[in-house]
Design a binder for this molecule. Structure first.
Ligand SMILES: [Zn+2]
Length: 242
């Protein structure tokens, strides 16, 4: 099994590893800092260096439970080969800031609208993110208020922690997963990874996050889109480090 350096320390941008297998699409490594796409967070890109040759990793995806590094031509990357990995850190750090921002917005919306499975999806891009809510009405004014409240939480400098708990303990925490697929996933896991924004939010989550909410910067509202009667979409961007 690949050791998940992106969970052990999400700030790992460079690492050494060994090739443990390959497919027609790419390779598996003994350990990796490349985050495989999932939970609305894109897969990492970057380079692998082996025997002075540089290989472009165009994406990282999950193959079963293992991160698969997508590489166009894997010749020279045979099983047992030593590699040095470098993720595109600027891109990944942006994803981390957006991911934490989305959890803060989730928490604010949860407080305002209640606990009826409100978040139906989210997608992070490098320069923006979208969050979908299953609510009847959200005006631009409503969304601005949500973003303002989220920015207050950002500036309060809450610590963000992650840890694993047992499935039994997870079952006892109300609203740990906000979506039906999330709840179903938890019921099939031996242990559940928790991302906690201290005093703000607790969620089952597989993503990478910043250590402190201040790193998010300032959340900006780009626009609100009406995607159906019970589906409202908020698009946000981020500016500046604090
Ligand atoms: Zn998340």
């Amino acid at each position: 099994m690949t050791e998940k350096l992106y969970w052990n320390d999400p700030y790992t941008a460079m690492f050494r590893a060994t090739v443990t297998g390959k497919t027609s699409e790419g390779i598996f490594l003994s350990e990796t800092a490349f985050y495989p796409e999932g939970g609305g967070q894109p897969g990492d890109t970057g380079t692998l260096i082996a025997s002075s040759l540089s290989y472009l990793v165009s994406n990282t995806v999950k193959s079963g439970d293992e991160p698969l590094h997508i590489i166009a031509d894997t010749s020279g990357l045979e099983e047992g080969a030593a590699v040095e990995g470098r993720i595109d850190w600027i891109r990944r750090y942006s994803h981390m800031r957006f991911h934490t921002a989305i959890h803060i917005i989730d928490a604010v919306v949860h407080t305002i609208y209640g606990s009826h499975g409100l978040i139906t999806g989210s997608q992070i891009y490098t320069d923006r993110a979208r969050v979908d809510f299953s609510i009847d009405s959200m005006t631009a004014d409503d969304a601005r208020k949500i973003v303002d409240s989220a920015n207050v939480i950002v500036s309060e400098g809450h610590t963000v922690r992650d840890y694993f708990i047992s499935r039994e303990d997870a079952a006892g925490i109300r609203d740990l997963a906000r979506t039906a697929p999330g709840r179903d996933l938890i019921s099939r896991m031996d242990r559940v990874r928790i991302v906690e924004i201290e005093g703000v939010d607790l969620q089952a989550d597989g993503g990478t996050h910043v250590r402190n909410t201040r790193e998010v910067g300032t959340i900006g509202l780009v626009r609100v889109e009406n995607k159906g009667r019970r589906n409202k979409r908020m698009i946000i961007n981020l500016s500046g480090d604090r």
